[in-house]
Design a protein around this ligand. Structure first.
Ligand code: UDP
Ligand code: MN
Length: 291
């Protein structure tokens, strides 16, 4: 490799290429054992491509002790988060806005202030290549949403943990709400200048490639599909809802799916079969899906 600068900068390049960077982390969220299955595949996909960053999964009280143990095999930190541990003012306001529950849980990533930078990934994403270069981007960097590209999709974003930002987000949520009832609507209102201000904060689509869209730009898939870095199984039907045969390694997709989407689903299940299934001691509601 080439070294462009001398001094501290060179040392930093060497450090981040070969050693663990302990003050930066990938962060995901699971509020139940089912989403935790997604988090497990995601975690193993990050390990498979040798990330040098830490792995944090935020879990809410519903996640079983057994599942926490399995998560701890791949995540450096299994962090308990509870909407009810916010301050009293937000508790009171939350009672009037129960719809913001899961949204508030995701916002807890800003409280992980032991890290200087984080990349949040939805539990329904999977890494296809090493993506550690994402940590070179600033808050708030994200890829366009394929439904409305002037909004970013909040399934993958770069952020800077800060208690102050967390409190601002909380206050903003309580006063403005979210136009879609979820974290994406809230975050797009809060980071409202994302679409115009700084192109460096626009992550390429390959970092948040929607694999389940019923519409796809198929020639682009053919041309650029091999460059995909992160797949996102956005939408109601998640990978763990399909049927998988561990003997043949075949996934049978219920409903319509493009061939490329099917290939990504098969990769999700291959990783599940190789890394997650052998570590599972319960069925976690999945027994019907594996035959
Ligand atoms: N999530 C969760 N429990 C839920 C719903 C969502 O833990 O009941 C977390 C999980 O990390 C998930 C993210 O919130 O990936 C966003 O939800 P989802 O991926 O289902 O939304 P979509 O990407 O389909 O819009
Ligand atoms: Mn998602």
């Amino acid at each position: 490799f080439e070294v462009f600068h001398l001094g501290n900068y060179e040392i930093h390049i060497l450090r981040s290429m070969f050693l663990a960077v302990t003050d930066e982390a990938w962060v995901t969220l699971a509020t139940n054992d089912t989403y935790a299955l997604g988090a497990l595949v995601l975690g193993h996909s990050l390990r498979r491509f040798n990330t040098k960053r830490g792995l944090v999964v935020m879990v809410s009280p519903q996640v079983s002790p057994n599942m926490r143990g399995i998560l701890a095999d791949v995540y450096n930190e299994v962090k308990d988060v509870n909407v009810l541990d916010s301050n009293d003012r937000s508790n009171l306001a939350l009672i009037e806005r129960p719809d913001l529950g899961v949204t508030f849980t995701k916002l807890h990533c800003w409280r992980l202030t032991q890290y200087s930078k984080g990349v949040f990934l939805d539990a329904d994403t999977m890494v296809m290549q090493n993506c550690d270069e994402l940590f070179e981007h600033d808050e708030l960097s994200a890829a366009p949403d394929c439904g409305w590209p002037d909004c970013f999709n909040s399934g993958v974003f770069v952020f800077k943990p800060s208690e102050e930002t967390y409190q601002s987000l909380l206050n903003f949520a309580l006063t403005h709400g979210s136009f879609d009832g979820g974290d994406q609507g809230l975050l797009n209102l809060f980071f409202h200048d994302w679409s115009r201000k700084d192109i460096k904060k626009h992550l390429p689509f390959v970092y948040n490639m929607v694999a389940t869209a019923t519409y796809s730009y198929l020639p682009a898939v053919k041309q650029f599909g091999k460059d995909v870095k992160i797949v996102h199984f956005l939408g109601a039907t998640k990978p763990w809802m399909h049927q998988y045969d561990p003997v043949s390694g075949k996934v049978s997709v219920s409903g319509e799916a493009h061939q490329h989407a099917h290939a990504y689903l098969t990769q999700w299940w291959d990783l599940f079969g190789a890394e997650v299934l052998p570590r599972m001691t319960g069925d976690y509601g999945l027994i019907d899906n594996i035959y």
